[in-house]
Design a protein around this ligand. Structure first.
Ligand SMILES: Cc1cc2nc3c(=O)[nH]c(=O)nc-3n(C[C@H](O)[C@H](O)[C@H](O)COP(=O)(O)O)c2cc1C
Length: 455
């Protein structure tokens, strides 16, 4: 008996800024990154993604500048590397108005908005999008972001996750517990909009927040937005196991072999919390470079690699890991660098290089080039199937040029995946969570559901 193949999920990964992941390519004629301040390219992108049956557009965000590289923000500023960077949430309404089914996941740090304000913004967007909104929960890794919110510096890693736990608790209480399902009467005959006995204060008093409530928004289609997260540390994984419904990973194929890989680990932790393995979906990040022939794809990729900005990439990496990669001379041969004088990350990077006669610049460029998944539509579809066989549920497509990378993927790879029965040909009905999990609200076994009123 043949079984139906599992549906492969697709997200487009972007950011409301000039240069997001593939640094240096914004200067090209075939990308619209310079138009990021305008609504038109975003609405066009939403149309393209919906035509390609993508599940969601995922918008990254940061609330500070990357200023670790060479001890300052100059490189990031020169490279347009996530600065300037505009608020992603404000793009959503216009894109939602232009589409019917595409989901919108945007990033918001627990440090950038009070949970009461944030919960109301999310509920508003969940109403306006008819339930197509998702939240990428981040705890922030940039120390400049912490300085922007008066924290004096970045709080220790695990403390940030502790704060996130309480932040989530407040928002669950507002989204799930404040208004009962039948609170809104909208009774024009009796002139009663809502029933006060069914709307509750939340009276949250915690370590960090004191919130009385009630929530100001009435229940939206999903109530709690679909919850995305990307945590790879031990604490990050336990947080994900408790809260996340969709998880971003950036793993090598090899690292997904073996029992103790990140997917199995998070799923088994979730199980211990009363959740089911299928309550969590994993999205692997990929950078596809599609060509009509393999040679065409390779030539496109080598064009991109020629234009890569090593400095922009190092500024990105340095900020992300909190280590200044600018301490190494880019043109120094690897075998002349004394690894003992370097921080652990840089040391292991240098030690991992197969050819020590190359320079540090070569090493970084190879690392960037190594992120590409280059080939014909069939070759890329084969590679995605392999990922899927290793337990990945979907992909987060990283662009090199926008919307070109998405257009090439949708015109070339999506039809191949559809013919293999792997990608949907049309959307299923309902809110985003229903499209992914079959029901619009959080399942009863999710921690957020425990804050619902017992009726
Ligand atoms: C695909 C992906 C997207 C991410 N997007 C953002 C983002 O937009 N903003 C942000 O501050 N952090 C972002 N992160 C970083 C994560 O939130 C998190 O800090 C990182 O994965 C490290 O997790 P850990 O602290 O548990 O090790 C992203 C991570 C991944 C893998």
């Amino acid at each position: 008996m043949s079984t139906m193949p599992k549906r492969m999920l697709l997200n487009a990964f972007s950011m409301n800024c000039v240069s997001h992941i593939q640094q240096g390519l914004w200067v090209r004629d075939d990308t619209r990154q310079l138009e990021y301040t305008q609504i038109d390219p975003w609405v066009e992108l939403a149309h393209i993604l919906e035509k390609g049956c993508f599940d969601a557009l995922f918008l990254a965000d940061v609330v500070g500048v990357y200023d670790t590289y060479k001890g300052g923000p100059e490189t990031s500023i020169i490279e347009g590397m996530q600065i300037p960077s505009n608020d992603p949430s404000l793009l959503v309404s216009s894109m939602a108005h232009a589409t019917k089914n595409l989901g919108f996941a945007y990033t918001s740090s627990i440090y950038q908005a009070h949970p009461f304000t944030f919960a109301r913004q999310m509920s508003t967007l969940d109403h306006l999008t008819r339930g197509r909104i998702a939240w990428n929960i981040v705890t922030t890794y940039l120390s400049n972001a912490a300085l922007n919110y008066g924290l004096g510096g970045l709080p220790p890693h695990d403390e940030r996750y502790d704060l996130a736990d309480e932040y989530l608790e407040v928002t669950y209480k507002l989204w799930e517990g404040s208004w009962e399902d039948d609170a809104v009467l909208s009774d024009t005959v009796r002139g009663i909009y809502a029933d006060p006995s069914k709307i509750h204060q939340i009276n949250h008093t915690g370590k960090h927040y004191h919130v009385a409530g009630p929530h100001l928004s009435e229940p939206s289609p999903q109530r709690t937005p679909l919850l995305f997260q990307a945590g790879s540390s031990t604490r990050g994984r336990s947080f994900a196991a408790k809260h996340a419904e969709c998880i971003f990973i950036s793993e090598s194929k090899d690292s997904l072999q073996g029992e103790s890989n990140v997917i199995n680990d998070i799923r088994s932790q979730a199980k211990q919390l009363g959740r089911r393995p299928e309550d969590i979906l994993f999205f692997q990040g990929i950078s596809p470079v599609v060509g009509g022939t393999e040679a065409e794809a390779m030539s496109k990729a080598s064009d991109y690699i020629d234009q890569f900005s090593t400095e922009g990439s190092l500024a990105h990496l340095s900020g992300g890991i909190g280590i200044d990669m600018g301490v190494v001379d880019l043109d120094q041969r690897l075998d002349t660098i004394d690894p003992q004088s370097m921080r652990g990350f840089i040391k292991s990077l240098i030690e991992s290089a197969p050819d020590k006669k190359r320079t540090f610049r070569d090493l970084i460029r190879n690392r960037m080039a190594g992120q590409f998944l280059t080939g014909t539509p069939e070759q890329i579809a084969d590679a995605l199937e392999e990922w899927q066989q290793r337990g990945v549920d979907g992909f987060n497509i990283v662009y090199s040029v926008t919307p070109g990378t998405f257009v090439d993927f949708i015109d070339g790879v999506v039809p191949v995946l559809q013919s293999r029965g792997l990608v949907q040909r049309e959307y299923s009905p309902g809110p985003l969570r229903q499209k992914l999990f079959g029901a619009p609200k959080l399942p009863d076994r999710h921690i957020g559901a425990s804050y619902r009123q017992l009726t």
